[in-house]
Ligand binder design. Structure first.
Ligand code: ZN
Length: 374
């Protein structure tokens, strides 16, 4: 079993914010109360309460004496009690200082809740949390299907923004077999359609940008005729931002699906180490397409998804002449610097009708496997 935490930005509404504040307060209260209880027991010669007994004390006594504690997430309170126990443990082992009282103004506003019966869930644009319900969230990373949620820690930062750190548990696949030809794949960057792989498959990514471009152009023309700073102008700007967001989301969804599928099927992915910034330059001739397909984002996703599974993500040097070598015999055909040649026959080994892009992907794969074994 392996663990992984992902931190998401969340945007609680007023009611949810209120509930969070209440929970922070109750956790701090329980922590301080239990600290007093333990200190009083020590003074009167009674035994220090264990983690479990401390929690029982909280449930039986504190919640009766202070009924407002029942209004917040019970796991948050248990974790606050455990947090204090952890502090005592470290103190007893001479690993930490004696636990201090938490100050309302200085203490970190944070609480941890545990997963049970689907009480925590990650949706498209929200995270469901106990006592809060669905909280608006930016899901920049979708967990894999086989990841199990263990807990979630809600924190309000110093600038008043919120975040939740979700802890996952999953079975780590360990590849004890050597990386062979069949579990390896090479990807060659393609300005139209994302990539071509060494098996000849193309990603065929839809042109989100171009499809929405007309709508965008129309909206931007409208904006030109508006008075800067006017109500209509501001509204139109928001509309344009929405179109941009829509395009970005569609693209991200596609890239997630595509990278997950590859990471599931292959344990070794070899790519060319491209300089994305230089490529999106106008001088390169395909700036729009490069920016459009988000290849850099795609590679990042592939990298962490493979690493999570114990696979390999290998970047081949960008000066490796992947498109000029014959994938069968390794003959270097300098004529292929001419980008207009899409298909060719190898003069050295006689392989006929070599596809430029697939050949490059195959060379990237061989070079990647060579680097891995070296
Ligand atoms: Zn050849």
């Amino acid at each position: 079993m392996a663990n992984k935490a992902i931190i998401y930005a969340i945007y609680p509404n007023n009611k949810q914010n209120e509930q969070c504040q209440k929970t922070f307060g109750c956790c701090r209260f329980v922590y301080n109360q239990m600290l007093t209880v333990q200190q009083n027991r020590h003074k009167s010669g009674e035994k220090h309460l264990s983690k479990m007994s401390a929690n029982t004390y909280c449930n039986q006594h504190l919640k009766t004496d202070y009924p407002f504690l029942k209004e917040v997430d019970k796991f948050a309170l248990t974790n606050a009690v455990y947090h204090l126990s952890g502090g005592y443990d470290r103190f007893f082992k001479h690993l930490g200082k004696f636990p201090k009282y938490k100050n309302k103004h200085k203490a970190r506003k944070s609480y941890t809740t545990n997963f049970t019966n689907g009480n925590i869930d990650i949706g498209n644009n929200y995270i469901k949390l106990p006592k809060l319900g669905k909280v608006k969230a930016k899901i920049h990373r979708v967990p894999d299907d086989n990841w199990k949620i263990k807990s979630a820690t809600v924190t309000q930062n110093r600038d008043n923004t919120y975040q939740v750190s979700v802890l996952f548990e999953y079975d780590k696949i360990v590849y004890d077999v050597p990386v062979t030809d069949t579990v390896a794949i090479g990807l060659d960057y393609k300005s139209d359609g994302l990539y071509v792989d060494s098996n000849g498959k193309t990603a065929d990514m839809p042109h989100y940008y171009r499809k929405s471009a007309e709508k965008l152009a129309k909206s931007q023309r409208k904006l030109k005729h508006m008075i800067i700073g006017s109500n209509n102008y501001n509204k139109q700007q928001k509309r344009i931002a929405k179109i941009h967001r829509h395009i970005a989301n569609q693209r991200k969804d596609f890239l997630h699906k595509e990278s997950t599928a590859i990471a599931k099927q292959y344990s070794c992915v070899c790519v060319e180490d491209l300089n994305m910034k230089a490529m999106s330059n106008k001088g390169f001739g395909n700036g729009k397409a490069t920016l459009d397909n988000g290849y850099g984002m795609f590679l990042n996703m592939l990298c962490y998804k493979l690493q999570d599974r114990g696979g390999y993500f290998i970047k081949v040097d960008k000066f490796f002449p992947s498109s000029q070598l014959c994938h069968c015999c390794g003959f270097k055909n300098s004529k292929l610097k001419d980008l207009s040649i899409r298909r060719w026959d190898c003069p050295a080994c006689g392989t006929k009708n070599i596809d430029r892009d697939i050949n490059a992907a195959q060379n990237i794969k061989y070079e990647g496997l060579r680097l891995l074994s070296a």
